[in-house]
Structure formats: structure tokens, C-alpha cells
Design a protein around this ligand. Structure first.
Ligand code: UT7
Length: 323
């Protein structure tokens, strides 16, 4: 017998306001056509004034708890993956803890930008396998609209706001790769590339800052690093690309998603794609895609999933899990 961190419930939340590409045409030298063909994005959601990351995260958390049939106090730990917490401190996770009415356990944030949810899943897995928590609420939540430079057409048309949440629970399994739950993980970062994607402000500089990205440079790294991480994670689990039912990729650009699937020798029929509706929601993109993929009837119990992401740092990684 082996312990595994198994998905017990999932949910997501998107802010009400939907912004189609055409809205940017009024203020920027851009077109719906350019945004669609270069990124695959058609629309994105933006948080309302006063609506914060922990609000989005709490709504997603409530949906995941309802899906799992659990109450807040059934949870032992909350991990929020975010780069856009409400305040410098306390963590967005403790704010979620308070907002959903959870009065026990512990909560903290993980910051690995777009790879944040993959990092958070690995942390939750470690807490569960080491016996420190039986149930962990893993959330990816972002309000990237708050760190956009609205005059930079190369970045502000790409990002959106949203949140997704997953409940992981300890379960005894057989110890083979036919088990449900997280089967393997692969995390990487390389700080030599820190200038390719960053926010030019922060606490130490007493500013909030705005996102800066050399998009085509990040693009060059993405397909190779994502494929390597996904294949390394599969190898660690003793599995092959052909065993994968669903790739659930970070939703940054349809061309990166297609390139990675192609390099892995998998058709797009095996990929959950939501980038057209959400844009790039950074750490929220994977749990959002998982939740939508399940709601669409794509992801079913027993399916083998590889999820992968890359972002600022550069930081990237992959997780293999059986739903
Ligand atoms: O989630 C974290 C990780 N981030 C990513 O994965 C993002 C990775 N990068 C990308 O997705 C793509 O590089 C972008 C979508 C950001 C850009 O696509 P690209 O094909 O790499 O275009 P580019 O940056 O090389 O720009 C091509 C042209 C440039 O004009 P010139 O220099 O050829 O005259 C840009 O100025 O497109 C121009 N451009 C635009 N034109 C119309 C840049 N943004 C826009 C725009 N509308 N919004």
C-alpha cells in the first residue's frame, strides 16, 4: 500500500466582466485578428473594482469544497499560488481561510508566477505524503489586470483574471502507476532568465510595478522546457506519452500549447484548451482549465493527466496525476 494525494473536488470562479479583443482596438494599435492568430486569445475576464485575488480564490474554494462534499473545517491546509496577493502580507491563503470560515489548520502562499499551481500541487503532495495534512485545498488565483501596462500592446492584451481550486485528499492506493492521485512531479527554475518576464516594482522598491515581458524570448524556451518537464515527470512515473489521456497545459498561447502537444506526439484532441476564453491567468490557468475540462465532460475519473507550466523566473514544471 502507498499513500497518494487524490483529487476529491474541483471548482473555479471567473469575474463577471468579459473583455473581448475588440475592446483593445479603441486604445491600442492592435487588432482582434492579431491577438487571435498570435495567441489564440479571444476574450478574458477582468475583476471588478474592489474585487481582489482572495475574493476570486474564496469563490473557487467554495465551489471545490461543494464539489468534494466537504466543509471548510474538513480541510487541513490551504495553499494559494499567486503573484498578485491582495496585500504584501498576510498571505492570500490566510485571507481565504478567513473568508470561507475555516478556523483550523494552516495556510500559506506559493509564488512561482505562471508555474505557481504546479509548484503548489507539489507542495500539497509533499504535505499529504509526509502525513502533515490529510486534505489540502490547492488554489491558483490571480488579478493580473492590476499589474498591466495598458499602453504596452505586447503584454496587456494577453492576460486575464480568475481562480481555480482543487481539493486533494490522502488515499491508500496500491503503489503502482495505475493508482489514482499524483504519481510524479518535476520542478525546475533557472534564474539566469529572470529578466525575460518580471514586474518592475515590489515591496523593496516601494512600488507596485507593471509586467514586462520579452514574449518572443519566453516563447523560445517554452515548448522545449515544457516538453522536457512533462516527459521527465512521465518517465519518473514509469509511463509514456501514449499513456496520457489529457494534457492540461498552462494557457498562455495556443501556439505553445500546440507545439508542446506536437513535440510529445499527441493530437490536440488530447489537450484541454481554454486560452480562447480566459487569456493567460498565470497561476490560475491550470486549475481553471481542469475545472472547465471536467465540466465539459473531457476529464473523467481514471484519466491520466499531465499538467505543465512555465513562467517568470524562468520557473517551470509538470505533474502527472490520475484523476
Ligand atoms: O505565461 C507566462 C509565459 N508567457 C508566455 O508563454 C508568453 C510567450 N510569448 C508569446 O505568447 C508570444 O511571444 C506573444 C503572443 C507575446 C507575441 O507573439 P510573437 O509571435 O512572438 O510576436 P513578437 O513579439 O515577435 O512580435 C511580432 C510583431 C512585432 O512587430 P515588429 O517588430 O515585427 O514590427 C510587435 O511589435 O507584432 C507586434 N505586436 C503587436 N501587433 C499588434 C506585439 N503586440 C502586438 C499587438 N497587436 N497586440
Amino acid at each position: 500500500m502507498t499513500g497518494r494525494a487524490v483529487v476529491k473536488g474541483i471548482g473555479h470562479y471567473l469575474p463577471e466582466r468579459i473583455v473581448p479583443n475588440a475592446e483593445f482596438e479603441a486604445t491600442l494599435d492592435t487588432t482582434d485578428e492579431w491577438i487571435r492568430t498570435r495567441s489564440g486569445i479571444e476574450r478574458r475576464h477582468f475583476a471588478a473594482e474592489g474585487e481582489t485575488t482572495s475574493d476570486l480564490a474564496s469563490n473557487a474554494a467554495r465551489a471545490a469544497l461543494a464539489d468534494a462534499g466537504l466543509e471548510p473545517d474538513d480541510i487541513d491546509a490551504i495553499i494559494v499560488a499567486t503573484s498578485t496577493a491582495d496585500l504584501t502580507f498576510p498571505s492570500a491563503a490566510t485571507m481565504v481561510q478567513s473568508k470561507i470560515g475555516m478556523t483550523r489548520g494552516f495556510a500559506f502562499d506559493v509564488q512561482a508566477v505562471c508555474a505557481g499551481f504546479v509548484y503548489a500541487l507539489c507542495n500539497a503532495n509533499a504535505l499529504i505524503l509526509s502525513g502533515q495534512a490529510k486534505r489540502v485545498l490547492v488554489i491558483g488565483a490571480e488579478t493580473f489586470s492590476r499589474i498591466m501596462d495598458w499602453s504596452d500592446r505586447a503584454t496587456c492584451v494577453l492576460f486575464g483574471d480568475g481562480a481555480g481550486a482543487l481539493v486533494l485528499e490522502y488515499q491508500d492506493e496500491s503503489g503502482t502507476n495505475a493508482d489514482r492521485g499524483i504519481l510524479s512531479v518535476d520542478l525546475n527554475s533557472d534564474g539566469r532568465f529572470k529578466d525575460l518576464l518580471y514586474v518592475d516594482g515590489g515591496v523593496s522598491t516601494q512600488t507596485t510595478g507593471q509586467l514586462r515581458m520579452q514574449g518572443n524570448q519566453v516563447f523560445r524556451h517554452a515548448v522545449e522546457k515544457l516538453t522536457n518537464a512533462a516527459e521527465t515527470a512521465l518517465e519518473k512515473a514509469g509511463l509514456e506519452n501514449k499513456d496520457v489521456d489529457w494534457i492540461v497545459p498552462h494557457q498562455a498561447n495556443i501556439r505553445i500549447i500546440q507545439g508542446t502537444a506536437k513535440k510529445m506526439g499527441l493530437p490536440m484532441e488530447n489537450v484541454v484548451v481554454t486560452v480562447q476564453d480566459h487569456g493567460n491567468t498565470s497561476a490560475a490557468s491550470i486549475p481553471l482549465a481542469m475545472s472547465v475540462g471536467k465540466a465539459r465532460g473531457q476529464i473523467k475519473q481514471g484519466d491520466l493527466i499531465v499538467t505543465e507550466a512555465i513562467g517568470g523566473g524562468l520557473a517551470w514544471g509538470a505533474v502527472v496525476l490520475r484523476w
